[in-house]
Design a protein around this ligand. Structure first.
Ligand code: GLY
Length: 570
């Protein structure tokens, strides 16, 4: 039987009679069309179900991706939304197309390099994180329209139906939503319309209470009816601009009218014969991931003890994240030496600076130290069908509940993605990441991202994966990719104990129980500083094993998502 199972891990195999039948048909030269199956893993069960609802109506994986993206914007408003942006990495099997839809937010036309600096020239974090100045021009609605119109089978209005229904009828909120509300409550309660939507008479709503978003449903309907013009022009655009300007923001109608997604070539690389396809600039994700893997390819991670293995991975992370701060930004505005950064010989040079008996001193490369703050943010989902068509999408409004403000009358929570720019040279953003001129603010520029929607494949297996988690997204995808290389399953990738180093701040951040006492002592003896943090990330992963025709899927146990495999009736 091919159907759905419980929460985390699902796999479906053709066995017994079915396999025998396929074998007989293949040796007799006959072929039969295999039943269509799809695996979806997302951060919310209702979003995963929205994807299957649309597939059952004749949608393809791209229609399902529209449905899942829009549903997440409603049922996981802490992570992504129409007021935010993101990257959809697509593969289409019929013409072997790999493409990335860049729906990243852009700085408004009136933005300028020093807009978040105070009189002393220091960045004012309140301005780049909370309130209307923090919001970039959203890319998510334009991304949904493009994905549906160019790659889908169904009308956008059909694929948006589950999201509209969830917004109108409401859905029961879970513990994760409550926790993130509590984290951002002091911002959300400052704006009465935002508080009316997300709080219950100023208090945290009870678990399982219904969250209805009537204005958001109307905005989704405008998008369904009019496409891009339904959000970026007309009544919704006027309401957005009025709301932003009333609160001191810079948006104009021209900003919205001018917003366009860009189709970009993903970055690709390899690790021990495994092919990596991942997000290109303006996300740093793919470049940093491939650079770190290239560095690690110069050592045999399977041949060393576990402490040395972790030390080597940390040293690779440090070098790749350091290059992120030095070179990466929006290539529509600056030249970036991408080919060099993902070149294997360049990585060989960096690898030659790694010693196994001690860590590289922080002074080796210059930088500015600041403690990271960080929070759980963003969302990711992965979809694959048994033909290999697939979508990896990482979507964001940046910090939980973005800038903490809903634009009046629209239900749209504004993002605080402007914080992903480097406000002042070498100042750290909310995740402690530093950046220089490459990522300085400029009108219409896209802020550098860490989102890392990724495909990983060898001769047998195709994996689709990604996660939220700010600057730690890239190191989480790196650890999962290494686990794929070790031959493990999606269940294992999402469970990997996480540790992270981004060069600055100069410490290894690790999850509770992520490192043993022995490992901590040994890493300290190599000169590392270590800092424990909460369990982070919410990885969503799916896999097609081509040789066994098996789909599998896993949703991170740290979150409340749903991974599911289902046969689609045709
Ligand atoms: N908002 C998180 C990122 O783009 O990296």
């Amino acid at each position: 039987m091919l159907s759905s199972f419980g929460k985390q891990i699902k796999s479906v195999k053709y066995t017994g009679l079915a396999s025998l039948l396929l074998f007989v048909l293949s040796i007799t030269g006959c072929s039969i069309k295999q039943p269509r199956q799809v695996a979806i893993a997302s951060a919310h069960p209702l979003a995963t179900q929205a994807g299957f609802e649309i597939l059952q109506q004749g949608g393809n994986v791209y229609d399902a991706a529209v449905a899942v993206s829009a549903a997440l914007a409603v049922v996981e408003p802490s992570g992504s939304g129409l007021g935010g942006g993101g990257f959809w990495l697509l593969h289409r099997e019929s013409d072997d197309l790999d493409i990335m839809i860049d729906g990243r937010e852009k700085a408004p036309l009136a933005a300028h390099k020093d807009m978040f600096l105070n009189a002393q020239g220091e960045p004012n974090k309140q301005l780049s994180l909370n309130g209307m100045l923090a919001a970039g021009i959203p890319g998510m609605p334009a991304g949904l329209v493009h994905l549906s119109e160019k790659y889908g089978n169904l009308p956008l209005a059909t694929s948006l139906q589950p999201a509209i229904r969830y917004a109108e009828q409401g859905f029961p909120i879970g513990t994760r939503h409550q926790k993130l509300l509590s984290f951002r409550r002091n911002i959300l309660e400052q704006h009465s319309e935002t508080a009316d939507i997300f709080l219950a008479n100023g208090q945290l709503p009870a678990k399982n209470s219904l969250l209805k978003q009537a204005d958001l449903a109307q905005t989704l309907k405008q998008l369904a009816e009019k496409g891009q013009a339904g959000f970026y022009q007309g009544s919704v655009a006027h309401k957005l601009v009025n709301a932003v300007q009333q609160e001191g923001g810079l948006w104009t109608l021209e900003d919205l009218l001018k917003y366009q997604i860009v189709e970009r070539q993903p970055v690709s690389g390899s690790y021990q014969g495994i092919k990596i396809t991942s997000a290109s600039l303006p996300s740093s994700g793919g470049i940093v991931l491939i650079e770190a893997l290239n560095i690690l390819e110069n050592t045999d991670l399977e041949a060393v003890d576990d402490i040395t293995r972790k030390h080597l991975i940390v040293e690779a992370m440090r070098r790749a994240y350091h290059d992120r701060a030095l070179y990466l930004g929006d290539t529509d505005f600056i030249d970036v030496p991408v080919e060099r950064l993902i070149n294997k010989h360049y990585a060989q040079g960096l690898s030659s600076t790694i010693r196994t008996d001690k860590t590289l001193p922080k002074e080796y490369l210059t930088g500015h130290t600041q403690e990271e703050q960080g929070g759980r943010n963003t969302t990711h989902f992965s979809i694959i069908d048994n033909e290999g068509n697939r979508v990896a999408a990482t979507l964001s409004i940046n910090f939980p509940f973005g800038a903490g403000l809903v634009a009046s009358g629209t239900g749209v929570l504004l993002n605080n993605e402007m914080d992903d720019f480097a406000s002042a040279k070498n100042s750290a953003n909310g995740y402690g990441l530093v950046g220089g001129d490459a990522n300085a603010i400029a009108p219409e520029k896209r802020m550098l991202s860490s989102m890392t929607p990724t495909f990983v494949q060898d001769n047998e297996r195709i994996a689709v994966l990604g996660t939220p988690g700010g600057s730690r997204i890239i190191s989480m995808v790196l650890l999962a990719t290494l686990d794929f290389a070790a031959g493990n399953s999606p269940e294992s990738w999402v469970k990997v104990k996480r540790f992270h180093h981004q060069y600055i701040p100069n410490h290894i951040l690790y999850e509770k129980q992520g490192l043993s006492t022995e490992e901590i002592i040994s890493l300290q003896s190599l000169g590392h500083h270590l800092k424990q943090t909460y369990n982070y990330g919410n990885m969503q992963a799916v896999q097609l094993n081509k040789s066994t025709n098996t789909l599998s899927a896993a949703s991170d146990h740290r979150g409340e998502g749903l991974a599911k495999i289902q046969q689609i009736n045709e």
